[in-house]
Structures are given as structure tokens and as C-alpha cells.
Design a protein around this ligand. Structure first.
Ligand code: AMP
Length: 264
């Protein structure tokens, strides 16, 4: 079956399969093996997979980050078709935000720390778009990566809070051979930054080092550190790569499970 791209809820109503369970994978595109692992899991658990591809402006607190975010829809569709995904939902702003974002979701606890502290408004935008995407698709199950652990917690609790009929499944972080978590933003790293990025992941994952020492070592390598903190049975961190060899600062996040703590 070749892949079908739809852009509006009305189009989806025309083509949505009448029977057979559906798994949805919300993404911002520029797909990599981490996304494809979610798609494969969705196809293992359900008859159909719907991947949503939308670079959601309301979750970007930094306009430069939004402008630089890679957009590769044709390539993404080819990769998804290869993986067996049957549907792609690629909406635009007018379709997803008929209210111009007057209505939004705000969580008041988990969203205030870590990513929420350093990226004001990010989680309001993320939760709002996830709820809208899930409402359109009407899938049985939604697949999210542990790579964005705070996001995963927030989405899980939002679906519970609103008695949503879509169930959430978490998938382990897919990494490069040197340990760097796969991310669409990795495409923007130059060779020197890519080499440093491996040290970022390896240093964060070195649980013999206390968080403060992880921070000092990363700073000594030239990283600007937003936070390195332990919460929810994980060690989580966010850094900006150094601007070496003319490269822009790229923000990277990651987390590792602490010993004796359950995986999600
Ligand atoms: P994004 O396109 O970055 O918004 O990510 C879309 C989904 O893919 C989210 O649920 C992410 O947590 C998940 N994801 C991104 N990178 C990875 C990875 N390296 N391993 C597993 N899941 C990932």
C-alpha cells in the first residue's frame, strides 16, 4: 500500500479506515531512525500507522530555532512509505489553529521546571498541538519517545486528566553508535560539533559523576549548560554546543534512567 498524505480533518474523515486499530506518531519531521522505531512499534501493535508531521510554531520560544528547523517532507514521506506507514497527516497553521491559538493547554507543575524553565511557553504549545493532533486522528494508541522524557510525562498525564480515549506508549531512546541520542537537530551539527556531541551524551550517562561534575566537565569542553538534574528516576540535561568551526549553537537534550529505577 502506498502512503497517503492528508492535510485536513475533512480529508481524514473521507479516507480513515472503518475498522482496524490505528497508532499515531506525532513528529516535527526531518525523520531519523528514532522516529522510525516509533513507527515500527506502532505497526507492530496496530493495523495502521498515522505519522503526523508538523513543525509547530507555538512550541518554539526562539524564532531563530524555528526558522532553522529542518523541513524535509518529501524525503520523510519516502522513508515512511519504506517503513510501511500508511498515512501522513501534514496540516498547516490555519487548519490546526482556527482560533489563532486563543485556546491552549497549560499545566502548572511538571511544565514549570527543566525544559519549562528554560523554554517559556514551550510546553503550552506542545501540549496544545498534541491534543489537537490526537483529536483529529482518533487513534487507539499514540507513540512517544523517552528521549523527550518531560514531554512524555506531560502528555501521559494530560491524556489521563482529560479522560482521553487515546492510550500512550513510550519507546526507548535510539542512539548513534557513540551514544548520541538521535535528533532532527543533529543534522545542523558540523563535524567538530558532532564529535563534541558524543562527549555530551557520554558525560551525562556517566552516573559515577555527580551532576555538578558533569556540568563542570561539559563547561570545560565549551558547552553552555542549561541544566543537569536528577528527577523522576532519571538524570536529565540540556546544553548548547560550542560555536566551533563557524557552527551555530545547537541545543541538545537527553536523559538516562538511574540505577534501580523502572524504565517508563
Ligand atoms: P520530534 O520530531 O523531535 O518532535 O520527535 C517526535 C517523537 O519522536 C517524540 O515522541 C520524540 O520523543 C521521539 N523521538 C525523537 N528522537 C528520538 C530518539 N532518538 N529515540 C526515540 N524517540 C525519539
Amino acid at each position: 500500500m502506498s502512503i497517503t498524505v492528508f492535510r485536513t480533518p475533512a480529508e481524514w474523515r473521507m479516507i480513515k479506515p472503518a475498522t482496524g486499530s490505528i497508532g499515531v506518531i506525532p513528529t516535527m519531521g526531518a525523520l531519523h531512525a528514532g522516529h522510525i522505531a516509533l513507527v515500527e512499534r506502532a505497526l507492530g501493535d496496530n493495523k495502521y500507522a498515522v505519522t503526523t508531521i508538523y513543525v509547530n510554531p507555538t512550541q518554539f520560544n526562539n524564532p531563530d530555532d524555528l526558522a532553522a528547523y529542518p523541513q524535509t517532507l518529501d524525503e520523510d514521506c519516502a522513508i515512511l512509505e519504506q517503513a510501511g506507514c500508511q498515512f501522513v497527516f501534514a496540516p498547516n497553521y490555519e487548519t490546526l489553529y482556527p482560533d489563532q491559538y486563543r485556546y491552549r493547554i497549560r499545566e502548572t507543575e511538571i511544565s514549570r521546571v527543566l525544559e519549562g524553565e528554560y523554554r517559556p511557553g514551550h510546553f503550552d504549545g506542545m501540549l496544545t498541538v498534541v491534543l489537537r493532533l490526537l483529536n483529529v486522528v482518533g487513534a487507539e494508541v499514540a507513540y512517544f519517545g523517552e528521549k523527550d522524557f518531560q514531554q512524555l510525562l506531560l502528555v501521559r498525564e494530560m491524556l489521563h486528566a482529560f479522560q482521553h480515549s487515546t492510550r500512550i506508549v513510550a519507546c526507548a531512546t535510539v542512539r548513534e553508535p557513540d551514544g548520541l541520542a538521535m535528533s532532527s537537530r543533529n543534522r545542523r551539527l558540523n563535524t567538530a560539533q558532532r564529535a563534541l556531541a558524543a562527549q555530551w551524551s557520554q558525560t551525562l550517562a556517566n552516573l559515577a559523576l555527580p551532576c555538578q561534575d558533569v556540568r563542570s566537565q561539559l563547561e570545560a569542553l565549551g558547552f553552555r549548560v542549561d541544566y543537569i538534574e536528577e528527577r523522576w528516576g532519571r538524570r536529565l540535561g540540556a546544553v548548547y554546543t560550542p560555536q566551533v568551526a563557524g557552527g551555530a549553537e545547537i541545543r541538545l537534550i537527553d536523559n538516562v534512567v538511574l540505577p534501580g529505577q523502572p524504565t517508563f
